[in-house]
Design a protein around this ligand. Structure first.
Ligand code: SF4
Length: 245
């Protein structure tokens, strides 16, 4: 089954004739060095700066979803079709966080639909899971016009919602997909190259964060899929308890 999802990711399986049936994972990636699994650093997020943050911190899940659906805390409320709160299993061990809704997501009200969503589903499948077992959301709950990068004010305004989602979900691991998601989640200006391969933790929670490429980027740059698979392997190893002990 993993083989099928790797194929769906666009990763070619190279098999040496009939006698070499080593696991696909060992054939498509280089091993992640053990020392790379040591926690690089814990980054404290900035204090929440929206005026209603103390209210957000007290909301339960249904109330939080309701507040987000009516939110006008930043200018994006005036151009969205609807908010995209997130979807998946509320008891999930895995939380995937992207950047912001795009046109398809804005229209459907769900995160990661369309071709990028299909690739994300394949990436999840390659890790041996189904999309429904994971919770998926974004840094921003509303689509930026023309899919431009979020600005600082928008991220700060929306940050309490994501923080509260994480508090309520209590995931065992977070996968940050894309530079924008990773930089804002980890409050850093590091490049993707610098962030990839380094496990972080989210704020003061101890929840491990692994950074990988956004599936939309992988669609444009398919040669990077092998690196993404390395990232997913590292995340699986951390989840399986091979680090952060
Ligand atoms: Fe509110 Fe976030 Fe949407 Fe801005 S992006 S209007 S803060 S839900």
């Amino acid at each position: 089954m993993r083989d099928q999802y790797l194929q769906a990711m666009g990763i070619t399986r190279w098999v040496r004739r009939s006698h070499d049936l080593a696991p696909i994972a060992s054939q498509v990636t280089e091993p992640v060095p053990e020392q790379a699994l040591a926690v690089k650093e814990t980054i404290e997020l900035s204090p929440v700066q929206t005026p209603d943050s103390h209210n957000v911190d007290a909301l339960d899940w249904p109330a939080l979803e309701r507040v987000v659906s009516n939110c006008n805390a930043c200018d994006l409320h005036s151009t969205r079709s609807q908010t995209v709160f997130g979807s998946g299993d509320l008891n999930a061990d895995w939380l995937i966080i992207g950047e912001a809704p795009g046109a398809d997501e804005d229209r459907e009200g769900q995160p990661f639909v369309g071709r990028a969503g299909q690739l994300l589903t394949a990436m999840i499948g390659a890790m041996g899971m189904k999309r429904e077992q994971i919770f998926i959301t974004n840094i921003l709950k509303c689509r930026p016009p023309q899919n431009r990068d979020p600005d600082v004010e928008e991220v700060m305004a929306c940050q309490p919602y994501l923080r509260r989602q994480i508090e309520l979900l209590q995931p065992k691991i977070i996968l940050a997909v894309g530079r924008i998601a990773a930089q804002n989640l980890l409050n850093t200006h590091e490049t993707m190259k610098a962030m990839r391969g380094n496990p972080y933790t989210y704020a003061d929670t101890g929840i491990p964060v692994v950074v990988t490429y956004h599936p939309a980027y992988l669609l444009r740059s398919p040669l990077e899929k092998r690196k993404a698979w390395q990232d997913l392997q590292m995340a699986m190893r951390i989840y399986d308890g091979e680090a952060l002990q």
